[in-house]
Design a protein around this ligand. Structure first.
Ligand code: ATP
Ligand code: MN
Length: 478
């Protein structure tokens, strides 16, 4: 498929054969005896070293070979003289496709801060860190599709534009073609959305779940994997305004089956990354170690690969919300009033509570179930006690909630009761409610925020650094 890439060439045995390599210059180094050019084309974290003799090329040409410039180099593939690489290219010819003026090209061979790199998101894929993250992100996405395909789940494309504002998962972005300077009004003076493109209010979706359930009621097992939008003004390291969500939905799955699936699923996709992204994971692991080397031993995090293997090899801890509250009430930070938010049955756990359970108490991923109905969505199945619902949240170290899911209420009357209770107009959801009228079935599903998974696997600490072009409050530049 196309010309050989650097990844292929690095694995070729050197027999002085002629090769062509194309890529971007990472570094150029001149010594008395040779000129070394490190070239990278993104196919791997590793550069290929190309070597020229002093005087072989004009000073004018060499002055255009700078960090960031794009080259085509032809030469011979030879065994490397130096350490650090098995092969190198003995340069015969250099063609400069594109220069990168060192006066203005912002990426220089030194450490740039992640904050700075976010400001140059158009160029940051050319750094080692971001190319590694992007390759891992790709591998995880591939593993997601493979996992579900192997399990006979069908990929359902749910709409990005939605008119059902009932899900309540988050604040929404309005979709409209109305002229904001001349809004049509009803007789009462409200905005007349009948004149809008869809003849009603429309928004970007916060979740594909409701439509996903329609698919599961026909195909048994479906999953969605698409962009999701939340206008929540939460400037955190775990929230984006645009993120990708994976939402499997399964007929005939009860809460237990749902938990088993969620646990197996995350373990399998992480295993795929461990098996297929070794070089990139190693690079990121070393990067983290380097970053933490000035911290005292007890404050350093466990090495990335160890952390990932630990999650894959150990069963997740499963307990109910009520049990979790009891643990928190007995905890040291609660007794010493170290938690910022109060603990008590009925609270929506905040991330400090989730992280205490995962990182301090159990020291492994946790699945919490059976939350109070008041803090969960209307569609979750009521438990016998009428107080809690069959919800499950999967909590990960360093992240908090990575998955939110539940068994769904399949009983028409109970579901309608909940719709009224939370103040949703059933008219808006007539099609969703009909699934419970016509051939209803027990069913379950969950949502995994893809970027939170990538965050965990790459060991990065800000979600804005694991999506190519992040969207967050006041930022949609690229
Ligand atoms: P949180 O409490 O962390 O905001 P949530 O309860 O709003 O999460 P859900 O509505 O259950 O989350 O969505 C399912 C999953 O989608 C979450 O477990 C998380 O992995 C992911 N997710 C939710 N909101 C965001 C966001 N703004 N950016 C990135 N991922 C998100
Ligand atoms: Mn949220």
């Amino acid at each position: 498929m196309g010309p050989l890439q650097i990844k292929d060439i690095l694995q070729t045995s050197p027999e002085n054969q002629s090769v062509t390599v194309k890529g971007w210059v990472r570094t150029k180094r001149e010594s008395k005896n040779a000129i070394f050019i490190a070239l990278n084309d993104g196919s791997t974290i590793h550069n290929i070293q190309a070597v020229a003799e002093p005087g072989q090329f004009s000073a004018e040409l060499l002055s255009t070979v700078t960090t960031g410039s794009c080259l085509k180099i032809t030469g011979q593939l030879v065994e490397s003289q130096g350490s650090g690489q098995a092969v190198e290219v003995k340069i015969e010819d250099i063609l400069v496709y594109g220069t990168a003026d060192p006066e203005t090209f912002p990426l220089q061979p030194k450490k740039h801060s992640l904050e700075f790199l976010r400001e140059i998101a158009h160029l940051r894929p050319r750094t080692n860190t971001f190319s590694a993250i992007l390759r891992i992100r790709h591998a995880l996405a591939f593993a997601v599709h493979q996992y579900f395909n192997d399990g006979r789940f069908f990929y359902l494309h749910t709409p990005v534009i939605t008119a059902s504002d009932a899900e309540g998962a988050g604040e929404m972005f309005r979709v409209t073609t109305l002229d904001l300077n001349k809004l049509p009004r009803t007789e009462e003076g409200a905005i007349n959305f009948k004149e809008d493109f869809f003849g009603r209010e429309a928004n970007l979706t916060v979740s594909g779940q409701l439509e996903g359930e329609l698919g599961a009621m026909a195909l048994s097992k479906i999953y969605t994997f698409g962009p999701t939008f939340r206008a929540e003004n939460s400037n955190t390291t775990r929230h984006l305004a645009e993120f990708w969500m994976i939402e499997p939905e399964m007929a005939f799955f009860e809460l237990e089956d749902n938990m088993d699936l969620a646990e197996d699923f995350v373990k399998k996709v992480i295993t795929y990354a461990l098996n297929n992204c070794k070089d990139d994971l190693n690079f990121l692991q070393n990067r983290l170690t380097e970053e933490e080397k000035n911290k005292p031993q007890n404050e350093r995090s466990i090495p990335l690969l160890e952390k990932l293997s630990f999650v894959v090899d150990n069963p997740f801890e499963r307990l109910t919300y009520t049990e979790a509250i009891e643990i928190l009430l007995k905890s040291k930070p609660h007794k010493e009033k170290k938690f910022q938010y109060p603990v008590g049955w009925g609270i929506d756990l905040s991330s400090e509570h989730e992280r205490y359970l995962v990182e301090k108490h159990f020291k492994k991923p946790v699945i919490l179930t059976n939350y109070p109905k008041e803090i969960k969505s209307f569609y979750m199945k009521l438990d016998e006690d009428g107080k809690t619902v069959r919800a499950m949240d999967v909590l990960f170290p360093g992240i908090g909630e990575i998955i939110g899911g539940s068994q769904r209420e399949e009983d028409y009357d109970k579901l309608l009761g909940r719709v009224h209770e939370v103040g949703i107009d059933p008219q808006n959801l007539w099609w969703y409610l009909e699934t419970r009228k016509f051939g209803t079935a027990p069913h379950s599903g969950f949502g995994l925020g893809f970027e939170r998974l990538v965050l965990f696997v790459t060991g990065m600490s800000n979600i804005r650094d694991v999506i190519p072009f992040p969207r967050y409050p006041k930022s949609a530049e690229f």
